[in-house]
Design a protein around this ligand. Structure first.
Ligand SMILES: [Fe+2]
Length: 270
């Protein structure tokens, strides 16, 4: 049995004053950390699926590191479209991991190692594209080859990546925010891992999602900074500020994958 906390899209600014649509990103991230610390169990690890900061800046990563150091378990990070990998490596503490691409590729692509990695094959992938190309993602051939090569087919497999892989049924999001080669990658994953593929876990949409495509669980956690709209015919994402603080509790057993969504009031306890 593994207990994991999935968080995403904290969007720290360079100091504690950054507000996103009148919501203070740092205070809301601190409430997220307090909520996880108040759980009646200690997770095996925590995964942050990216957009740690709002703009890549050493001061923002230093603030993120200071606040997230209070989390009660090792943390693993995926890179989001607002992140820069060298700054993440410099500022943030990661749990034990096995890199799957050379550091020179400027990619956070790795397998989670240590005792938990013995039970489930967890992979963290990096779908960033140059910002001028837009807010969608793309997974490089080298990452896909490395992950597929590392899957044994004998243990459960789960993927953490900032961007969702497959459409969610919302026009603008499906056109602009997904991994462009996500559906093909999910098919290749399913072919390699077979019935061991437990799910794809993502952020980016600032929107909790649970969907099954070709029988594969796709689970997304929202952002503590703000939520996005995702109507079927939306032509953009609108902000929903000031909502509750979200995180997901993931449980992996020999036969099941469980996702328990938390939405904590803000300020916590009010
Ligand atoms: Fe984000």
């Amino acid at each position: 049995m593994l207990e994991i906390i999935h968080v995403s899209d904290t969007h720290f600014g360079p100091d504690r004053s950054l507000t996103i649509r009148a919501a203070n990103a740092c205070q809301r991230a601190e409430a997220l950390v307090a909520g996880i610390r108040a759980l009646p169990f200690v997770p095996d690890f925590i995964v942050h699926t990216g957009d740690v900061v709002n703009d890549p800046d050493p001061a923002a990563y230093a603030l993120a590191a200071e606040v997230l150091a209070n989390l009660p378990a090792p943390v693993y990070y995926a890179a989001g479209n607002h992140d820069e990998v060298p700054m993440m490596r410099d500022a943030l503490a990661f749990g034990p991991l096995e890199p799957l691409v050379a550091e020179s590729e400027d990619r956070l692509c790795y397998r989670i190692a240590g005792a938990t990695g013995e039970k489930v094959e967890f992979f963290v992938m990096d779908g960033r594209v140059p910002p001028v190309e837009g807010p969608h993602g793309h997974l490089s051939d080298s990452q896909i080859a490395a992950v597929l090569d590392r899957i044994t087919g004998t243990k459960p497999v789960a993927i953490f990546v900032h961007y969702p892989l497959t459409p969610i049924g919302s026009k603008w999001i499906d056109e602009h925010l997904l991994v462009t080669n996500g559906p093909e990658f999910q098919k290749a994953l399913a072919a390699k891992a077979g019935g061991q593929l437990r799910g794809i876990f993502s952020g980016h949409l600032h929107r909790a999602i649970t969907l099954f495509r070709d029988g594969i669980l796709n689970s997304g956690v929202s952002s503590p900074a703000c939520e996005f709209t995702s109507g079927p015919d939306d032509t953009s994402c609108e902000y929903i500020a000031g909502g509750p603080i979200p995180f997901n509790h993931l449980t992996f057993t020999a036969s099941a994958t469980m996702v328990k969504a938390y939405t904590l009031p803000f300020p916590a306890g009010s």
